[in-house]
Write a protein that binds this ligand. Structure first.
Ligand code: ADP
Ligand code: MG
Length: 699
């Protein structure tokens, strides 16, 4: 039997070819099924009828019942409008139309009783309602129209007299069709029972025309769960498949390098979290499968030493290791940190970046291929084809969100068997998102800072406080500390931004004549940039005026103040990263967010989050709520189309977890989805995802 959900939308009574074309083009609605799944973005309560005498401008959309007492066309040409007075006995209110005035004027009748629905607004000291919805009042129908769906429309649909009401009516017609009650469920009966979910056909009706708020919530839960369940089932299946495919080097030994470092070189005890994640990785790398692990840890949580110790495991098993960083400054800093730890062990380390000289580069290439070089640190230069390893066993990628998926894949190709991959990020990704976006990566989390760290004291200040801010910076400098002053720099606004930066630099120099001020921005030549950074890192300069080039990784423990100019122009995760540059020593550190007076609501909220928490995971959750997961750094490049209509990864964490658990359980019992109910799930996955992202692209 043909599936009625696949019927062409033009055959739905009330549609026809002309409207069908609009629905196709504007909303992507081609079939009955498409319309059925075109859910309202919100609902309005039409169960109450208000009195005109009670109307005020604070009210949301309201419903009135009454008659038109006058209908007048006013104005000429483009300014023509239709103006009417609507009365319900308690008072009158003005109603106005600017579009399609002729056809509306023809359809309106004085004397007929209407239900009018719209939002009252204040206009020249009185209230009016613009472009309301109208229904002829029918005494035999219940007055209360209950919860009604409001649908998203496009400009073009509006101009073709399509309103939310039009969609409502089409949906009503659709829901009257007999097949609706018999739509087969897409979820197994066992899950419906286990999670007490509303059956599909019931939920689809309730999404549009719920009998109550509770019914709407139940329908939404059911639809969200379903989306997330199939998403998770698909991801878990993919992991399974790729897990089967990718063998890995087995690191059997914990050998001399690791032990020598741990017992003789390491200056501090590892935190419990550091030990735990190292253990997790040792297990991966001893399993015979390729490790694909994401290491999350807040700024300053000590990821570098963890990465180094894992690299030593590779070396202990006669493999080489590489670490790739997104910027030259960061690669250089890694090189310095890692050399300091590696030299006492007699490990050979080299740095390869875009500015490495030809002679040096050739020497590195040769030593790498010959196997003398054990650890290579670098930027993108590291993944060029000419760079060939003797035996690359582990690739560490720092601050992964700057690297595209394709670039990661190229690292793999440096060996016949792919190296183990460790991706490190200080932009914590909320667990629910990590589980989904990086569904194929195992996640380790360092959730503990080294002992003795004090949270950075974060405050918001306005322009009028500038002198006080400089006085405060001065106090810190007198105590022998150092300060960062950071300016925004974005491409679209580059000229103005550079100017502000330069003026800021001059002002700082004039304010602090007795201190040396280093100055760095991304448009400088690398050599000059390095020189300036070096001045600050070595303590010869006490103040660093910079753009966000310092955002990632730079480590100057003596710095105690981070001033962020125009803080309102930075995103949350960026602010958090910048703040992470201070608070790296044992003393109290400060972050000052300088802002203008007028702040939008979201912007103010963002800055307040910063002043209230120093927990990177809280910051990330908030960031995701504000921006939505699609906007999160790192998810854009992941190439995954989530295809979620009702579920929200940021807000529906619990449902994600539930769906994940259930999908796991089902795959455990039926790994190939080969039982009858498994086959049905498999078919549904194909239906949903076949035209979607190619999962094999995601490493
Ligand atoms: P991130 O995770 O931001 O990369 P780093 O690896 O740069 O952090 O570590 C920040 C600082 O903390 C470094 O100076 C490092 O030497 C130090 N550190 C790391 N682990 C510990 C520890 N267990 N105890 C004390 N200090 C530590
Ligand atoms: Mg780091």
């Amino acid at each position: 039997m043909a599936d009625p959900l696949k019927n062409d939308i033009k055959y739905l009574p009330g549609v026809g070819p002309r409207r069908a074309e609009l629905l196709n083009k504007e909303l992507g609605i081609y079939t009955f099924g498409d319309l059925l799944y075109y859910f309202p973005f919100r609902h309005v309560d039409r169960s109450t009828i208000h009195r005109i005498a009670d109307v005020n401008g604070e009210m949301p959309f309201i419903q009135l019942r009454g008659r038109f007492v006058s209908i007048t066309m006013v104005g000429e040409g483009a300014r023509r409008r239709l103006q009417a007075l609507f009365s319900d006995g308690s008072g009158t209110i003005e109603v106005v139309w600017f579009n399609r005035v002729k056809s509306i004027a023809d359809s309106l009748k004085t004397g007929t009783e209407y239900l009018l629905f719209g939002k009252p607004t204040v206009f020249k000291n009185h209230y009016n309602i613009v472009h309301p919805e109208l229904d002829v009042y029918n005494a035999s129908q219940p007055q209360a129209m209950g919860l009604q769906g409001v649908y998203n429309l496009t400009e073009k649909l509006h101009s073709h007299s399509f309103t939310s009401r039009t969609i409502q009516k089409l949906v009503s017609t659709l829901l009257e069709q007999t097949f609706i009650a018999n739509i087969p469920d897409t979820l197994p009966a066992s899950l419906l029972a286990k999670r007490r979910l509303m059956p599909l056909s019931e939920a689809l009706v309730a999404m549009h025309q719920p009998a109550s708020v509770r019914a709407l919530q139940q329908a939404q839960l059911r639809m969200k769960y379903e989306e997330l369940f199939f998403l998770e089932l698909n991801i878990l299946r993919y992991i399974k498949r790729s897990g089967d495919k990718a063998p890995g080097f087995t690191f059997h030994r914990v050998g001399a390098y690791f032990n020598d470092f741990y017992f003789n070189v390491l200056q501090f005890p590892l935190t419990g979290a550091q030990k735990r994640v190292i253990k997790e990785m040792r297990r991966d790398m001893g399993s015979g499968h390729q490790m694909n692990r994401l290491l999350q840890g807040d700024v300053g949580s000590g990821k570098t030493v963890v990465a180094f110790m894992v690299m030593l495991l590779a070396l202990d098993n006669d493999y080489q290791a590489a670490i790739m960083a997104p910027t030259e400054i960061l690669a250089t800093q890694h090189y310095e940190t890692i050399s300091a730890m590696a030299t006492p062990l007699g490990v050979k380390v080299a740095l390869l970046t875009g500015s490495t000289r030809k002679r040096e580069r050739e020497r590195i290439h040769a030593q790498l291929l010959g196997g003398e070089l054990q650890i290579l640190i670098g930027t993108h230069a590291l993944i060029e084809d000419v760079v060939k390893f003797h035996n690359l066993g582990l690739a560490v990628i720092d601050e992964q969100h700057r690297f595209g998926v394709a670039q990661r894949a190229r690292l793999w190709q440096k060996n016949v068997i792919p190296p183990h991959v460790l991706v490190m990020t200080a932009t914590p990704i909320p667990r629910t998102l990590a589980m989904t976006v990086y569904g194929d990566l195992d996640v380790s989390i360092i959730d503990e800072l080294p002992p003795g760290r004090k949270p950075v004291n974060t405050i918001m200040r306005y322009e009028k406080d500038r002198d006080a801010m400089y006085r405060f910076v001065g106090q810190q400098l007198r105590q022998g500390r150092q300060a960062y002053i950071v300016y925004p720099l974005i491409e679209e606004n580059e000229k103005l931004d550079l100017l502000a930066l330069e003026q800021g630099y001059e002002q700082v120099c004039a304010t602090f004549p007795h201190y040396r001020v280093a100055y760095v921005h991304g448009r400088m030549k690398p050599a000059e940039k390095d020189h300036q950074m070096q001045l600050f890192a070595s303590g010869q300069a006490q103040i660093l005026v910079a753009t966000t080039v310092i955002e990632v990784g730079v480590n100057v423990p003596n710095a105690s103040v981070m001033v962020i100019e125009n803080a309102e122009r930075f995103g949350l995760s960026q602010l958090h990263q910048l703040r992470g540059r201070v608070g790296r020593g044992a003393d109290q550190s400060y972050c000052v967010l300088m802002t203008k007076y007028e702040l939008g609501r979201d912007t103010r909220h963002r800055l307040e989050v910063m002043t209230q928490t120093s927990d990177g995971f809280v910051v990330a959750e908030e960031d995701m709520k504000l921006r939505g997961p699609g906007d999160l750094e790192g998810t854009q490049q992941s190439g995954i189309a989530f295809n979620l209509r009702v579920a929200n990864l940021a807000k529906d964490g619990q449902i994600v977890q539930m769906a994940r658990d259930d999908a796991e359980e089902i795959l455990k019992a039926d790994p190939q989805l080969s039982t009858p109910s498994g086959k049905a799930l498999d078919a549904r996955i194909h239906q949903l995802y076949d035209k979607q992202a190619d999962w094999s692209q995601i490493s």
